[in-house]
Unconditional design. Structure first.
Length: 263
């Protein structure tokens, strides 16, 4: 199977594809249909998918290559390895039982922020600030919710007169790392760390690319191609904490950078 080894990976790829594709493109129609109906497409035949999206089977085959797969068989294999890929999971633990929904949610948010304040490694954050300043080429990546986090970091640092790159398409992210001609600092936001393992394990320019990962998964520290990990608190994947914890990390990075290098 390809690197796109899970519905999460396929979802990331398809969303990035939609965001850069014209609305009237048949490929847009196919991508949106798969995202919307992924849980219903197990063992789908190419002819059935073509009929459902009102395109030819040849268009389906070309679509697979457009998103980086070798064939329709590979697309079907990825879809078949899904576990309720599009089913939402919106739960949180209120600080006090029997609270009204909004009060319980806001109480949980406050608790999450307090935990972040206790657990975050400020020394690592300050070291990252220095790295951002000293590297001429810096990029930040994320997927799904974390795309927003990466874009916020890019925009915040722009206001601090520091220009950094970002890419929303995972293939373009890999391409940027592969084609770098000089040392590149990459900051990746990935709550589970799966995104890092799926897309960046085979980067050939490892000696020129220094990767920081902001995640709640301590196992990412074991990856040889990851230079440094900044851990989010346990529970950072809860509805009340995600992506708030990561957004707060971006705000802290911005404040620390401004205080040290701009003010």
């Amino acid at each position: 199977m390809s690197k796109i080894s899970s519905p999460y990976g396929l979802g990331v790829l398809l969303y990035a594809f939609l965001n850069r594709t014209e609305l009237n493109s048949p490929y847009y129609t196919v991508a949106k249909y798969i995202l919307t109906h992924m849980d219903e497409l197990q063992n789908v035949a190419i002819k059935d998918l073509a009929n459902k999206t009102h395109v030819s089977t040849a268009t389906i085959s070309r679509f697979c290559k457009e998103i980086g797969l070798q064939s329709f068989a590979e697309l079907r294999e990825v879809i078949n390895h899904r576990q309720q890929a599009t089913e939402p999971h919106y739960e949180f633990e209120p600080v006090e039982e029997n609270q009204p929904l909004v009060a319980g949610y806001l109480g949980a948010v406050k608790s999450d922020i307090d935990q972040l304040m206790r657990k975050i490694d400020l020394a690592k954050l300050e070291h990252l600030i220095d790295e951002i300043h000293h590297y001429q080429d810096v990029a930040t990546f994320g997927a799904m919710h974390m795309e927003t986090v990466s874009l916020l970091l890019q925009n915040n640092l722009f206001r601090c007169k520091k220009i950094i790159e970002t890419r929303l398409d995972p293939r373009k992210q890999v391409e940027l790392m592969e084609n770098t001609q000089q040392e590149l600092l990459v900051i990746i936001f990935s709550l589970s760390g799966n995104y890092v393992r799926e897309y960046f394990a085979d980067i050939s320019q490892k000696e020129q690319v220094k990767i920081y990962v902001i995640t709640m998964n301590p196992e990412i520290e074991k990856l040889k191609y990851v230079e440094e990990v900044i851990l989010l608190p346990e529970g950072a994947d809860s509805f009340s904490a995600h992506p708030l914890d990561s957004l707060l990390i971006v705000q802290l990075i911005t404040l620390l950078y401004y205080e040290k290098y701009v003010k």
